[in-house]
Ligand binder design. Sequence first.
Ligand code: HEC
Length: 495
Amino acid sequence: MARADLLFLKNFKKSKATVFGFGLKSVILISKVFNLAFAGILLFSACNSEQGGKVSVEPDKITFTEHIAPIIYKNCVFCHRPEGIAPFSLVTYRNVYRKKKTIAEVVSKGIMPPWPADPSYSHFVGERILTEDEKLLIKYWAQNGAKKGPEEAMPELPTFPEGSFLGKPDLTLWLDSVVLDAHSLDRFLTIKIPFEIPKDTFVRAVEFVPGKDNLVHHMNGHLLNYKEQDKKNVFDGSRIADLQSPKYSEEFQLLKMYNDDGTEPERVHSAVNYLPGVYPTLYPEGLGGFRLSKIGAFVANDIHYGPSHKNSVDRSHINVFYSRKPPDRPTFELMLGTNGQTEIVPPLVVPPNRVVTCRTKGVVPEDISVLTINPHMHLLGTSFKAFGLTVTGDTIPLIRIKRWDFNWQYFYTFKNPVKLPKGTMIIVEGVFDNTANNPFNPFDPPRTISDKNRTMKTSDEMFQFIITWVPYQKGDENINMETFLEQVTPTTSEQ
Ligand code: HEC
Protein backbone atom coordinates (compact mmCIF):
# COMPACT_ATOMS: atom_id res chain seq x y z
CA MET A 1 0.00 0.00 0.00
CA ALA A 2 1.32 3.44 -0.87
CA ARG A 3 2.34 5.81 1.85
CA ALA A 4 -0.27 8.34 0.92
CA ASP A 5 -2.96 5.71 1.36
CA LEU A 6 -1.80 4.92 4.83
CA LEU A 7 -1.86 8.53 5.78
CA PHE A 8 -5.22 8.91 4.22
CA LEU A 9 -6.33 6.27 6.67
CA LYS A 10 -4.79 8.18 9.49
CA ASN A 11 -6.52 11.41 8.68
CA PHE A 12 -9.87 9.84 8.19
CA LYS A 13 -9.47 7.58 11.16
CA LYS A 14 -12.26 5.27 12.25
CA SER A 15 -14.64 5.30 9.31
CA LYS A 16 -12.13 4.51 6.57
CA ALA A 17 -9.75 2.41 8.61
CA THR A 18 -12.13 -0.47 8.96
CA VAL A 19 -12.95 -0.39 5.26
CA PHE A 20 -9.34 -1.19 4.49
CA GLY A 21 -9.31 -3.92 7.07
CA PHE A 22 -6.91 -2.26 9.47
CA GLY A 23 -7.58 -1.84 13.15
CA LEU A 24 -7.28 1.76 14.24
CA LYS A 25 -4.32 1.01 16.43
CA SER A 26 -2.26 -0.56 13.70
CA VAL A 27 -3.06 2.28 11.37
CA ILE A 28 -1.74 4.80 13.84
CA LEU A 29 1.29 2.64 14.45
CA ILE A 30 2.07 2.28 10.79
CA SER A 31 1.59 5.92 10.04
CA LYS A 32 3.87 6.83 12.94
CA VAL A 33 6.66 5.13 11.06
CA PHE A 34 6.40 7.56 8.21
CA ASN A 35 7.49 11.11 8.19
CA LEU A 36 4.91 13.58 9.39
CA ALA A 37 5.67 15.68 6.37
CA PHE A 38 3.63 13.26 4.27
CA ALA A 39 0.60 14.17 6.34
CA GLY A 40 1.14 17.76 5.26
CA ILE A 41 1.31 16.77 1.60
CA LEU A 42 -1.85 14.75 1.86
CA LEU A 43 -3.76 17.54 3.47
CA PHE A 44 -2.53 19.98 0.93
CA SER A 45 -3.87 17.82 -1.86
CA ALA A 46 -7.17 17.51 -0.05
CA CYS A 47 -7.32 21.23 0.39
CA ASN A 48 -10.09 22.89 -1.53
CA SER A 49 -11.70 25.44 0.73
CA GLU A 50 -11.09 29.16 0.81
CA GLN A 51 -10.08 28.93 4.42
CA GLY A 52 -6.89 27.25 3.28
CA GLY A 53 -7.42 23.72 4.53
CA LYS A 54 -9.92 20.99 5.12
CA VAL A 55 -10.21 18.60 7.99
CA SER A 56 -11.84 15.23 8.34
CA VAL A 57 -14.79 16.67 10.29
CA GLU A 58 -17.13 19.41 9.15
CA PRO A 59 -16.07 22.55 10.99
CA ASP A 60 -19.36 23.07 12.84
CA LYS A 61 -19.37 19.44 14.01
CA ILE A 62 -16.03 19.78 15.79
CA THR A 63 -16.44 19.47 19.55
CA PHE A 64 -14.15 19.64 22.52
CA THR A 65 -14.81 16.21 23.97
CA GLU A 66 -14.66 14.37 20.66
CA HIS A 67 -11.90 16.14 18.76
CA ILE A 68 -10.04 18.76 20.76
CA ALA A 69 -9.50 17.15 24.18
CA PRO A 70 -7.60 14.16 22.69
CA ILE A 71 -5.15 16.57 21.02
CA ILE A 72 -4.74 18.68 24.15
CA TYR A 73 -4.33 15.67 26.42
CA LYS A 74 -1.70 14.13 24.19
CA ASN A 75 0.33 17.25 23.51
CA CYS A 76 -0.31 19.90 26.15
CA VAL A 77 -1.35 18.72 29.62
CA PHE A 78 2.06 17.29 30.44
CA CYS A 79 2.93 20.95 31.10
CA HIS A 80 -0.53 22.57 31.25
CA ARG A 81 -2.03 20.91 34.35
CA PRO A 82 -2.26 22.12 37.94
CA GLU A 83 1.10 20.54 38.91
CA GLY A 84 2.70 21.21 35.52
CA ILE A 85 5.31 23.77 34.63
CA ALA A 86 3.14 25.97 32.40
CA PRO A 87 1.48 29.03 33.95
CA PHE A 88 -2.07 27.74 33.43
CA SER A 89 -3.95 24.47 33.13
CA LEU A 90 -5.69 23.14 30.02
CA VAL A 91 -7.38 20.18 31.64
CA THR A 92 -11.05 21.14 31.50
CA TYR A 93 -13.36 22.39 28.79
CA ARG A 94 -13.61 25.76 30.55
CA ASN A 95 -9.80 26.06 30.77
CA VAL A 96 -9.44 25.52 27.05
CA TYR A 97 -12.56 27.48 26.05
CA ARG A 98 -11.30 30.57 27.83
CA LYS A 99 -7.98 30.51 25.97
CA LYS A 100 -9.31 29.25 22.64
CA LYS A 101 -8.18 32.19 20.52
CA THR A 102 -4.64 32.27 21.88
CA ILE A 103 -4.43 28.50 21.64
CA ALA A 104 -5.49 28.52 18.00
CA GLU A 105 -2.92 31.20 17.31
CA VAL A 106 0.05 29.62 19.10
CA VAL A 107 -0.57 26.18 17.63
CA SER A 108 -0.98 27.46 14.09
CA LYS A 109 2.28 29.40 14.40
CA GLY A 110 4.01 26.34 15.82
CA ILE A 111 4.87 28.10 19.09
CA MET A 112 3.04 25.47 21.17
CA PRO A 113 3.74 22.71 21.89
CA PRO A 114 7.31 23.98 22.16
CA TRP A 115 9.41 21.85 19.81
CA PRO A 116 11.96 23.95 17.95
CA ALA A 117 13.48 21.13 15.86
CA ASP A 118 12.09 20.92 12.33
CA PRO A 119 10.34 17.53 11.98
CA SER A 120 10.82 17.55 8.22
CA TYR A 121 14.57 17.35 8.86
CA SER A 122 15.06 14.85 11.70
CA HIS A 123 13.20 13.02 14.46
CA PHE A 124 13.82 12.64 18.16
CA VAL A 125 12.56 10.81 21.21
CA GLY A 126 9.57 12.46 22.89
CA GLU A 127 8.88 14.98 20.15
CA ARG A 128 5.65 16.89 20.47
CA ILE A 129 4.34 18.10 17.15
CA LEU A 130 0.81 18.72 15.90
CA THR A 131 -0.14 17.57 12.43
CA GLU A 132 -1.67 20.10 10.05
CA ASP A 133 -4.94 18.28 10.55
CA GLU A 134 -4.81 18.78 14.32
CA LYS A 135 -3.92 22.46 13.96
CA LEU A 136 -6.89 23.00 11.65
CA LEU A 137 -9.25 21.13 13.97
CA ILE A 138 -8.32 23.50 16.79
CA LYS A 139 -8.62 26.55 14.56
CA TYR A 140 -12.05 25.63 13.17
CA TRP A 141 -13.31 24.60 16.60
CA ALA A 142 -12.34 28.01 18.02
CA GLN A 143 -13.98 29.79 15.06
CA ASN A 144 -17.20 27.79 15.13
CA GLY A 145 -18.54 28.30 18.61
CA ALA A 146 -16.06 26.06 20.45
CA LYS A 147 -18.75 23.54 21.35
CA LYS A 148 -18.40 21.18 24.24
CA GLY A 149 -19.77 17.94 22.78
CA PRO A 150 -21.14 14.83 24.48
CA GLU A 151 -19.84 14.22 27.99
CA GLU A 152 -19.33 10.49 27.38
CA ALA A 153 -16.86 11.16 24.55
CA MET A 154 -14.46 12.92 26.91
CA PRO A 155 -11.14 11.05 27.05
CA GLU A 156 -9.58 10.16 30.36
CA LEU A 157 -6.95 12.53 31.65
CA PRO A 158 -3.54 10.88 31.33
CA THR A 159 -1.83 10.11 34.60
CA PHE A 160 1.67 11.33 35.25
CA PRO A 161 4.01 9.66 37.70
CA GLU A 162 4.84 11.73 40.76
CA GLY A 163 8.37 12.34 41.98
CA SER A 164 10.11 10.38 39.23
CA PHE A 165 9.64 9.43 35.62
CA LEU A 166 12.05 6.55 35.86
CA GLY A 167 10.79 4.61 38.85
CA LYS A 168 12.23 4.14 42.30
CA PRO A 169 15.66 5.75 42.66
CA ASP A 170 18.59 4.08 44.41
CA LEU A 171 19.81 7.37 45.81
CA THR A 172 18.09 10.71 46.36
CA LEU A 173 20.16 13.81 46.98
CA TRP A 174 18.65 17.12 48.02
CA LEU A 175 19.94 20.49 46.93
CA ASP A 176 20.18 23.18 49.61
CA SER A 177 17.14 25.45 49.74
CA VAL A 178 17.22 28.45 47.49
CA VAL A 179 15.30 31.47 48.75
CA LEU A 180 13.79 33.73 46.12
CA ASP A 181 12.35 37.13 47.03
CA ALA A 182 9.18 38.45 45.53
CA HIS A 183 9.97 40.28 42.29
CA SER A 184 13.41 38.69 42.05
CA LEU A 185 14.90 38.64 38.58
CA ASP A 186 16.63 35.75 36.82
CA ARG A 187 19.28 34.13 38.96
CA PHE A 188 22.08 31.81 37.88
CA LEU A 189 23.63 29.80 40.70
CA THR A 190 26.12 27.00 41.08
CA ILE A 191 25.03 24.44 43.66
CA LYS A 192 27.16 21.65 45.06
CA ILE A 193 25.43 18.43 46.07
CA PRO A 194 28.01 16.33 47.92
CA PHE A 195 27.52 12.68 48.87
CA GLU A 196 29.18 9.66 50.38
CA ILE A 197 27.87 6.19 49.59
CA PRO A 198 29.00 2.79 50.90
CA LYS A 199 31.04 1.84 47.82
CA ASP A 200 31.93 2.78 44.23
CA THR A 201 29.17 1.90 41.78
CA PHE A 202 27.81 2.61 38.28
CA VAL A 203 25.02 4.89 37.24
CA ARG A 204 22.50 4.33 34.51
CA ALA A 205 20.55 7.56 34.77
CA VAL A 206 20.23 10.70 36.82
CA GLU A 207 17.04 12.69 37.05
CA PHE A 208 16.62 16.25 38.30
CA VAL A 209 13.31 16.95 40.03
CA PRO A 210 12.52 20.63 40.61
CA GLY A 211 10.81 21.87 43.77
CA LYS A 212 7.03 21.92 43.69
CA ASP A 213 6.65 25.52 42.55
CA ASN A 214 8.67 24.81 39.40
CA LEU A 215 10.95 27.78 39.87
CA VAL A 216 13.93 26.17 38.18
CA HIS A 217 14.11 27.15 34.56
CA HIS A 218 16.95 24.93 33.51
CA MET A 219 20.03 23.28 34.85
CA ASN A 220 23.09 21.59 33.53
CA GLY A 221 24.94 19.38 35.92
CA HIS A 222 28.13 17.43 36.08
CA LEU A 223 29.58 14.95 38.51
CA LEU A 224 32.85 15.10 40.39
CA ASN A 225 34.32 11.72 41.34
CA TYR A 226 36.93 11.91 44.11
CA LYS A 227 39.48 9.32 45.07
CA GLU A 228 39.12 8.53 48.74
CA GLN A 229 42.67 9.53 49.60
CA ASP A 230 42.40 12.86 47.75
CA LYS A 231 39.42 14.37 49.58
CA LYS A 232 39.10 14.41 53.32
CA ASN A 233 35.72 16.11 53.62
CA VAL A 234 33.53 16.51 50.57
CA PHE A 235 30.88 18.27 52.69
CA ASP A 236 33.23 21.13 53.55
CA GLY A 237 32.73 24.59 51.96
CA SER A 238 29.68 26.51 50.77
CA ARG A 239 26.95 24.68 48.88
CA ILE A 240 25.71 27.60 46.80
CA ALA A 241 27.72 30.10 44.76
CA ASP A 242 26.03 33.23 43.47
CA LEU A 243 28.76 35.08 41.62
CA GLN A 244 27.84 37.99 39.43
CA SER A 245 30.41 37.28 36.77
CA PRO A 246 31.25 33.68 37.42
CA LYS A 247 34.65 32.30 36.64
CA TYR A 248 34.56 28.62 37.06
CA SER A 249 37.79 28.49 39.08
CA GLU A 250 36.41 30.96 41.65
CA GLU A 251 33.33 28.86 42.15
CA PHE A 252 35.45 25.77 42.46
CA GLN A 253 37.40 27.52 45.20
CA LEU A 254 34.35 28.84 47.04
CA LEU A 255 32.55 25.54 46.98
CA LYS A 256 35.79 23.73 47.93
CA MET A 257 35.51 21.35 45.02
CA TYR A 258 39.24 20.85 44.33
CA ASN A 259 41.08 17.89 45.75
CA ASP A 260 42.86 18.64 49.04
CA ASP A 261 46.11 19.19 47.14
CA GLY A 262 44.49 21.72 44.77
CA THR A 263 44.24 19.46 41.72
CA GLU A 264 40.97 18.79 39.91
CA PRO A 265 38.95 15.63 40.52
CA GLU A 266 37.57 13.51 37.66
CA ARG A 267 34.64 15.24 36.03
CA VAL A 268 31.71 13.63 34.19
CA HIS A 269 30.14 16.27 31.95
CA SER A 270 26.38 16.52 31.40
CA ALA A 271 25.73 13.89 34.06
CA VAL A 272 22.30 15.41 34.60
CA ASN A 273 20.35 18.00 32.65
CA TYR A 274 16.98 19.53 33.17
CA LEU A 275 14.58 21.61 31.14
CA PRO A 276 10.94 22.03 32.11
CA GLY A 277 8.61 19.66 30.32
CA VAL A 278 11.33 17.32 29.15
CA TYR A 279 11.74 13.68 30.13
CA PRO A 280 15.08 12.70 31.65
CA THR A 281 17.39 10.87 29.25
CA LEU A 282 17.50 7.13 29.68
CA TYR A 283 19.37 4.99 27.18
CA PRO A 284 18.74 1.28 26.75
CA GLU A 285 20.57 -0.84 29.33
CA GLY A 286 24.30 -1.12 28.72
CA LEU A 287 24.48 2.00 26.58
CA GLY A 288 25.93 5.03 28.33
CA GLY A 289 26.10 5.40 32.07
CA PHE A 290 29.14 6.21 34.16
CA ARG A 291 31.07 5.47 37.31
CA LEU A 292 30.00 6.97 40.62
CA SER A 293 32.68 6.91 43.23
CA LYS A 294 32.13 6.47 46.94
CA ILE A 295 32.88 10.13 47.53
CA GLY A 296 31.59 12.65 45.07
CA ALA A 297 29.50 15.69 44.31
CA PHE A 298 27.00 16.58 41.67
CA VAL A 299 27.33 20.18 40.62
CA ALA A 300 24.27 21.99 39.34
CA ASN A 301 26.26 24.23 37.09
CA ASP A 302 24.52 27.43 36.10
CA ILE A 303 21.15 26.46 37.51
CA HIS A 304 18.72 29.10 36.30
CA TYR A 305 15.84 30.36 38.45
CA GLY A 306 13.24 32.40 36.59
CA PRO A 307 11.73 35.59 38.04
CA SER A 308 9.55 35.00 41.10
CA HIS A 309 6.39 36.93 41.91
CA LYS A 310 6.22 35.99 45.57
CA ASN A 311 8.63 35.06 48.35
CA SER A 312 9.39 31.43 47.76
CA VAL A 313 11.78 28.66 48.63
CA ASP A 314 12.92 26.02 46.17
CA ARG A 315 13.86 22.56 47.33
CA SER A 316 14.87 20.49 44.31
CA HIS A 317 16.40 17.04 44.33
CA ILE A 318 18.30 14.56 42.21
CA ASN A 319 17.36 10.90 41.76
CA VAL A 320 20.19 8.51 40.93
CA PHE A 321 19.55 5.12 39.32
CA TYR A 322 22.34 2.56 39.62
CA SER A 323 23.18 -0.09 37.08
CA ARG A 324 24.27 -3.53 38.10
CA LYS A 325 27.37 -3.54 35.96
CA PRO A 326 29.76 -1.14 34.25
CA PRO A 327 28.35 0.24 30.98
CA ASP A 328 29.13 -2.06 28.03
CA ARG A 329 29.40 1.00 25.85
CA PRO A 330 30.37 4.20 27.66
CA THR A 331 29.42 7.40 25.86
CA PHE A 332 31.72 10.17 24.71
CA GLU A 333 31.12 13.83 24.19
CA LEU A 334 32.25 16.07 21.38
CA MET A 335 31.83 19.80 21.83
CA LEU A 336 32.01 22.07 18.80
CA GLY A 337 32.18 25.87 18.97
CA THR A 338 32.37 28.08 22.06
CA ASN A 339 34.57 26.48 24.77
CA GLY A 340 34.79 23.44 22.50
CA GLN A 341 37.22 21.65 20.23
CA THR A 342 36.57 23.54 16.99
CA GLU A 343 37.01 27.07 15.76
CA ILE A 344 34.10 29.36 14.92
CA VAL A 345 34.37 31.09 11.52
CA PRO A 346 34.01 34.03 11.43
CA PRO A 347 34.70 34.43 15.17
CA LEU A 348 31.52 34.99 17.17
CA VAL A 349 31.65 38.77 17.46
CA VAL A 350 28.43 40.39 16.32
CA PRO A 351 28.61 44.16 15.79
CA PRO A 352 25.46 46.22 16.38
CA ASN A 353 22.91 46.29 13.55
CA ARG A 354 24.39 43.27 11.81
CA VAL A 355 23.18 39.77 11.08
CA VAL A 356 26.08 37.31 11.07
CA THR A 357 26.21 33.64 10.05
CA CYS A 358 28.85 31.62 11.88
CA ARG A 359 30.05 28.12 11.12
CA THR A 360 32.04 25.54 12.96
CA LYS A 361 33.23 22.21 11.58
CA GLY A 362 34.71 19.04 12.96
CA VAL A 363 35.80 15.77 11.36
CA VAL A 364 34.68 12.43 12.81
CA PRO A 365 37.82 10.34 13.46
CA GLU A 366 36.13 6.89 13.38
CA ASP A 367 32.68 5.44 12.63
CA ILE A 368 30.40 6.72 15.37
CA SER A 369 26.77 6.43 16.43
CA VAL A 370 25.30 9.72 17.56
CA LEU A 371 22.82 9.33 20.42
CA THR A 372 22.03 12.83 21.63
CA ILE A 373 22.74 16.35 20.44
CA ASN A 374 22.42 19.73 22.09
CA PRO A 375 22.42 22.91 20.03
CA HIS A 376 23.12 25.98 22.12
CA MET A 377 22.96 29.71 21.43
CA HIS A 378 21.73 32.70 23.42
CA LEU A 379 19.43 35.61 22.64
CA LEU A 380 20.84 36.79 19.31
CA GLY A 381 20.48 33.33 17.79
CA THR A 382 17.73 33.10 15.18
CA SER A 383 18.35 29.80 13.40
CA PHE A 384 20.55 26.72 13.76
CA LYS A 385 21.48 23.83 11.54
CA ALA A 386 23.82 20.87 11.87
CA PHE A 387 24.53 18.05 9.44
CA GLY A 388 27.19 15.60 8.46
CA LEU A 389 28.89 15.63 5.07
CA THR A 390 30.44 12.24 4.30
CA VAL A 391 33.60 11.74 2.25
CA THR A 392 31.43 10.47 -0.59
CA GLY A 393 29.41 13.69 -0.53
CA ASP A 394 26.26 12.44 1.18
CA THR A 395 24.47 14.73 3.60
CA ILE A 396 23.30 13.29 6.91
CA PRO A 397 20.78 15.61 8.55
CA LEU A 398 21.19 16.12 12.29
CA ILE A 399 19.02 19.06 13.25
CA ARG A 400 17.44 22.16 11.79
CA ILE A 401 15.84 24.86 13.90
CA LYS A 402 14.28 27.51 11.74
CA ARG A 403 13.17 29.73 14.58
CA TRP A 404 15.59 29.54 17.46
CA ASP A 405 13.97 29.83 20.89
CA PHE A 406 16.25 30.56 23.81
CA ASN A 407 13.68 29.19 26.25
CA TRP A 408 13.45 25.72 24.74
CA GLN A 409 16.93 24.29 24.41
CA TYR A 410 16.50 20.56 24.47
CA PHE A 411 18.98 17.75 24.59
CA TYR A 412 17.65 15.90 21.54
CA THR A 413 17.99 12.11 21.56
CA PHE A 414 17.59 10.46 18.15
CA LYS A 415 14.87 7.84 17.81
CA ASN A 416 17.56 5.55 16.41
CA PRO A 417 21.28 6.29 16.73
CA VAL A 418 22.62 8.10 13.66
CA LYS A 419 25.75 6.65 12.07
CA LEU A 420 28.42 9.11 11.01
CA PRO A 421 31.12 7.26 9.05
CA LYS A 422 34.80 8.00 9.64
CA GLY A 423 35.87 11.20 7.90
CA THR A 424 32.40 12.78 7.98
CA MET A 425 32.59 16.52 8.41
CA ILE A 426 30.08 17.81 10.94
CA ILE A 427 29.01 21.26 9.81
CA VAL A 428 27.17 23.57 12.18
CA GLU A 429 25.63 26.88 11.13
CA GLY A 430 24.14 29.53 13.38
CA VAL A 431 22.62 32.87 12.47
CA PHE A 432 22.90 35.76 14.96
CA ASP A 433 20.75 38.86 14.62
CA ASN A 434 22.07 41.88 16.49
CA THR A 435 19.62 44.39 15.05
CA ALA A 436 16.79 46.14 16.84
CA ASN A 437 14.41 43.87 14.86
CA ASN A 438 15.39 40.96 17.08
CA PRO A 439 12.82 41.19 19.89
CA PHE A 440 15.13 39.21 22.20
CA ASN A 441 18.10 41.54 21.75
CA PRO A 442 19.30 42.11 25.34
CA PHE A 443 20.49 45.66 24.55
CA ASP A 444 18.67 48.70 23.26
CA PRO A 445 20.34 50.18 21.31
CA PRO A 446 22.27 47.08 20.19
CA ARG A 447 25.93 46.73 21.24
CA THR A 448 28.68 44.41 20.12
CA ILE A 449 28.08 40.96 21.60
CA SER A 450 30.52 38.06 21.54
CA ASP A 451 31.46 34.82 23.24
CA LYS A 452 34.85 36.18 24.19
CA ASN A 453 34.15 36.94 27.85
CA ARG A 454 33.54 33.26 28.52
CA THR A 455 31.06 34.17 31.23
CA MET A 456 28.27 32.12 29.65
CA LYS A 457 25.93 34.94 30.73
CA THR A 458 22.68 35.21 28.78
CA SER A 459 23.58 38.69 27.55
CA ASP A 460 26.84 37.38 26.10
CA GLU A 461 26.54 35.04 23.14
CA MET A 462 27.42 31.37 22.66
CA PHE A 463 27.52 29.04 19.66
CA GLN A 464 27.89 25.45 20.70
CA PHE A 465 26.95 21.99 19.53
CA ILE A 466 27.42 19.04 21.87
CA ILE A 467 27.30 15.49 20.53
CA THR A 468 26.99 12.43 22.74
CA TRP A 469 28.23 9.36 20.89
CA VAL A 470 29.53 5.81 21.07
CA PRO A 471 31.87 4.02 18.65
CA TYR A 472 29.70 2.53 15.90
CA GLN A 473 28.67 -1.12 16.02
CA LYS A 474 26.75 -2.97 13.36
CA GLY A 475 23.01 -2.72 13.98
CA ASP A 476 23.15 0.51 15.96
CA GLU A 477 20.75 2.11 13.47
CA ASN A 478 18.08 -0.29 14.71
CA ILE A 479 18.37 0.41 18.42
CA ASN A 480 15.10 1.84 19.60
CA MET A 481 15.97 4.74 21.89
CA GLU A 482 12.33 5.30 22.68
CA THR A 483 11.56 2.11 24.58
CA PHE A 484 11.59 3.83 27.92
CA LEU A 485 9.27 6.57 26.72
CA GLU A 486 6.69 4.02 25.67
CA GLN A 487 6.52 2.94 29.28
CA VAL A 488 6.00 6.38 30.71
CA THR A 489 4.27 8.32 27.96
CA PRO A 490 0.70 8.79 28.99
CA THR A 491 -1.82 7.32 26.59
CA THR A 492 -5.21 8.84 26.18
CA SER A 493 -8.20 6.57 25.94
CA GLU A 494 -8.37 7.40 22.23
CA GLN A 495 -5.49 5.14 21.33
C1 HEC B 1 6.90 21.45 27.42
C2 HEC B 1 5.87 22.13 28.14
C3 HEC B 1 4.69 22.67 27.37
C4 HEC B 1 3.90 21.99 26.47
C5 HEC B 1 4.02 20.54 26.04
C6 HEC B 1 2.91 22.94 26.02
N1 HEC B 1 3.11 24.14 26.63
FE1 HEC B 1 2.01 25.82 26.33
N2 HEC B 1 3.27 26.85 27.56
C7 HEC B 1 4.28 26.33 28.29
C8 HEC B 1 4.92 27.37 29.07
C9 HEC B 1 6.07 27.19 30.04
C10 HEC B 1 4.25 28.57 28.76
C11 HEC B 1 4.52 29.97 29.29
C12 HEC B 1 5.79 30.52 28.81
C13 HEC B 1 5.87 30.61 27.33
O1 HEC B 1 4.99 31.26 26.72
O2 HEC B 1 6.81 30.05 26.76
C14 HEC B 1 3.22 28.21 27.79
C15 HEC B 1 2.35 29.13 27.22
C16 HEC B 1 1.25 28.78 26.47
C17 HEC B 1 0.25 29.70 25.99
C18 HEC B 1 0.25 31.20 26.21
C19 HEC B 1 1.02 31.85 25.11
C20 HEC B 1 0.90 33.34 25.12
O3 HEC B 1 1.48 33.92 24.20
O4 HEC B 1 0.26 33.87 26.02
C21 HEC B 1 -0.68 28.97 25.32
C22 HEC B 1 -1.96 29.50 24.68
C23 HEC B 1 -0.25 27.60 25.36
N3 HEC B 1 0.92 27.51 26.05
C24 HEC B 1 -0.93 26.55 24.76
C25 HEC B 1 -0.41 25.27 24.64
C26 HEC B 1 -1.06 24.24 23.87
C27 HEC B 1 -2.40 24.38 23.17
C28 HEC B 1 -0.25 23.15 23.94
C29 HEC B 1 -0.43 21.81 23.27
C30 HEC B 1 -0.81 21.82 21.88
C31 HEC B 1 0.89 23.51 24.77
N4 HEC B 1 0.75 24.80 25.17
C32 HEC B 1 1.93 22.63 25.09
C33 HEC B 1 4.68 25.00 28.30
C34 HEC B 1 4.17 24.02 27.47
